[in-house]
Design a protein around this ligand. Structure first.
Ligand code: ADP
Length: 465
């Protein structure tokens, strides 16, 4: 019996295995054509031999792209469920540890388990946490992450019988992934999962209503109509809350009214549900304050109406930007100078991150606005607004792409420095705005301009291009 005990001890239980996955495609609603693509992945498992014999390459990895809560995890599970294979999962943020080497050894352990228990699906949630382009993050955090990423690349490449283990990863930011990750043989297949439309929302509500005692005349259309912008996770929640509502009233059927009430709660609840650490609140506040403090220096952008860091429905980062006078911008009426100012404002969060946290901070908060800045800078150059190149004709030639990019980069650098300079000069104002936002979660127009009056040092000196 000693031997048996020893054997049992030696056989380590798989750490990353999720048991009893019983999800099927029919549990995931509103997929449309995406479903066919995923059915094909199931076939790689169930008909692997056939694919191999015909020389069809089986993908090493599949990237599910889309905002949180649209069902990426659910889909990965459904693939494993339909194929009847094991499901291993880890969140990439678990990979990134302070101690160098821990992340990498977790990746190795994950894949070893998956291979020993093949066929299996390996699911990596939030791949961007570890898969961001190398070199973007400096310092020890960056080093550890690079080591983890390198290990992941090795594991993705590292086995003969592909098709036995297929990796599915989810990300909301496929654009910032390290190019090495998306090379052929690795995550060479991208599937986009958008937020559901009206019909999709009806279907999702119905899937979750399947196991509930619904009244026969429930008006799903009415509920779907009032949940614009919501994702599957939120819709699932609405059905749960409606059921609780019914129970509370000791009724036996869930009615349209229950659903509508639940939808209202979901909408409002989202305002304050997301819990943030004090440091996180501050980081979001710095992000918002930076834009406002820089914008107030520019004539076309200083019309700031409202600032808030309260989480809101349908926003990835869960906060609303301040309202600025974007009318002119939208109508293409911005002057050349205003467009530069706009770029500067969009770069303010990134600049603030550097000033307040230094280069070592791992943050993606500014990613969205930095993207806005990048595309605006290209517009600027393509529109022939940069002094270096007058007129459009220069740029209709394909081999000018490098010129455009380097000129756009020059403009970005210039605007970035300008944002940093303004923030540096307005440290007191920043502190005041951040302090107030963290405390009250929002600032009115009057409140903001009062602080500008008290603490601001406005020196609107336009940069010259
Ligand atoms: P993601 O991985 O994209 O963040 P999840 O797969 O974790 O989203 O979704 C969370 C939950 O929301 C699921 O377990 C499911 O109950 C519900 N859900 C999300 N999308 C859908 C969908 N398309 N159909 C049915 N339920 C969904």
């Amino acid at each position: 019996s000693g031997a048996r005990v020893r054997r049992a001890r030696n056989k380590k239980l798989p750490q990353y295995l999720e048991r009893g996955i019983d999800v099927k495609f029919s549990d995931v609603a509103g997929l449309g054509k995406i479903r066919e693509e995923l059915e094909e992945i199931v076939k790689f498992f169930t008909h692997g031999e056939m694919y191999r014999r015909r020389g069809v390459k089986i993908p090493g990895g599949i990237l599910l792209c889309g905002p949180p809560g649209v069902g990426k995890t659910l889909l990965a599970k459904a693939v494993a469920g339909e194929a009847g294979v094991n499901f291993f999962s880890i969140s990439a943020s678990q990979f990134v540890e302070i101690y160098v080497g821990v992340g990498a050894s977790r990746v190795r352990a994950l894949y070893q388990e998956a291979r020993e228990n093949a066929p299996s699906v390996v699911f990596i949630d939030e791949l961007d946490a570890v898969g961001r382009e190398r070199g973007l993050i400096k310092g020890s955090g960056g080093q550890e992450r690079d080591a983890t990423l390198n290990q992941l690349l090795v594991c993705l490449d590292g086995f003969e019988g592909k098709g036995e283990v297929i990796t599915i990863a989810s990300t909301n930011r496929p654009d910032i992934l390290d190019p090495a990750l998306v090379r052929p043989g690795r995550f060479d297949r991208k599937i986009y999962i958008p937020k559901p439309g009206l019909i999709g929302r009806i279907e999702i509500l119905k899937v979750h209503a399947r196991k509930k005692p619904m009244a026969p005349d429930v008006d799903y259309m009415a509920v779907a109509s009032m949940t614009d912008g919501m994702v599957g996770a939120e819709l699932a929640n609405i059905v749960e809350v409606a059921a609780i509502n019914m129970m509370r009233d000791t009724r036996i059927e869930i009615t349209t009214d229950d659903l509508i009430q639940a939808a209202q709660i979901e909408e409002r609840g989202m305002l304050d549900r997301k819990e943030r650490s004090p440091e996180m609140w501050k980081q979001v506040a710095i992000n918002e304050a930076a834009m406002a403090v820089v914008a107030v220096n520019f004539p076309d952008l200083r019309n700031i109406e409202f600032l808030t860091i309260a989480p809101r429905a349908g926003r990835e980062l869960g906060y609303v930007r301040m309202k600025m006078d974007h009318v002119k911008f939208k109508e293409g009426m911005l002057s050349r100078q205003s467009l530069l100012d706009h770029i500067t404002v969009q770069l303010a969060p990134r600049a603030a991150d550097e000033l307040w946290y230094g280069e070592y901070q791992l943050s993606t908060i500014w990613a969205e606005t930095a993207d806005n800045a990048r595309s605006a800078a290209r517009t600027f150059v393509l529109g022939g607004l940069s002094d270096k190149h007058h007129g459009l004709s220069d740029f209709w030639v394909a081999d000018r792409i490098n010129d455009i990019d380097s000129e756009a980069l020059r403009i970005l650098h210039m605007c970035y420095d300008r944002a940093k300079e303004i923030l540096h000069q307005n440290r007191n104002l920043m502190d005041a705005v951040v302090g107030r936002l963290v405390e009250k979660k929002s600032l009115t127009k009057e409140g903001f301009f009062k602080l500008v009056e008290l603490h601001g040092s406005i020196q609107p000196m336009p940069p010259s291009v």
